[in-house]
Design a protein around this ligand. Structure first.
Ligand code: IYR
Length: 222
């Protein structure tokens, strides 16, 4: 058993309540401006911006602090093309029969289809991998806990960080997405979780007219 080591929480900052109100209001206002975008510009984004967003994602809490994520960052045009071709092949099957009608009905208001040009157009495809196991220096493996929850949390922070940078993203989930492990030659203890497409929006981009639920809808205070 590892012995726990404790250190003082020196980075914690408390704010007076009025300042708390201002900060939480401003934070919500900023986050509520985020929209998922499906039409990207090919304008380049400096790599250091993406690196810092990934470090923000890496601050997420995780089961036993095992940080069971890996971000495969694709900028190479040849790899993007392979990903697009494989994703579109899966999506063609999805939209033309594999998906039950109820599923297609549920997402019909988003206007999505099997064409995924953004996978080649956007400057960055961040393929998020979940590690069901960790690998020790001697090659032995050990189980990771709460992997899906942990990777979901890191992805949420990544989306917020990208938005905060003034960029847009799309959470893309080709189904199934095991082809990503092959194309990116990832080790067998990793499985693809989703693709976060990142960049600037295309000029004059349009997004679906959708609403977020109200506080009453999403929360109950006891
Ligand atoms: N993966 C498909 C279908 C899709 C499913 C859901 I649920 C969405 O919210 C959006 C799309 C696609 O990317 O088109």
């Amino acid at each position: 058993m590892a012995k726990p080591t404790f250190i003082p929480l020196t980075q914690y900052e408390e704010f007076p309540v009025e300042e708390m109100r201002g900060r939480t209001r401003a934070f919500h206002e900023q986050l509520s401006k985020r929209r998922t975008v499906r039409d990207f510009s090919d304008r380049p984004v400096p790599r250091d911006i993406i690196e810092k967003c990934l470090l923000s994602a890496g601050t997420a809490p995780s089961g036993a602090n095992q940080q069971p994520w890996h971000f495969a960052v694709v900028t190479d045009g040849t790899i993007k093309k392979k990903i697009r071709e494989a994703a579109e092949e899966e999506e063609r099957a999805f939209y033309s029969g594999r998906a039950p009608d109820a599923w297609l009905e549920a997402l019909s208001h988003l206007g999505t289809d099997e064409h995924k040009p953004f996978l080649e157009k956007a400057p960055y495809l961040i393929v998020v991998f979940a590690q069901n196991y960790g690998v020790k220096p001697d090659g032995g493996t050990y189980k990771h806990y709460y992997v899906t929850e942990s990777v979901g949390l890191a992805t949420g922070l990544l989306i917020a960080a990208v938005h905060n940078a003034g960029l847009v993203s799309l959470t893309h989930t080709p189904s199934p997405m095991n082809f990503l492990s092959e194309v990116l030659q990832r080790p067998s203890h990793e499985r693809a979780f989703l693709i976060l497409v990142v960049g600037y929006p295309a000029d004059e981009v349009k997004v679906p007219k959708i609403e977020k639920k109200t506080l009453e809808d999403i929360a109950t205070f006891y």
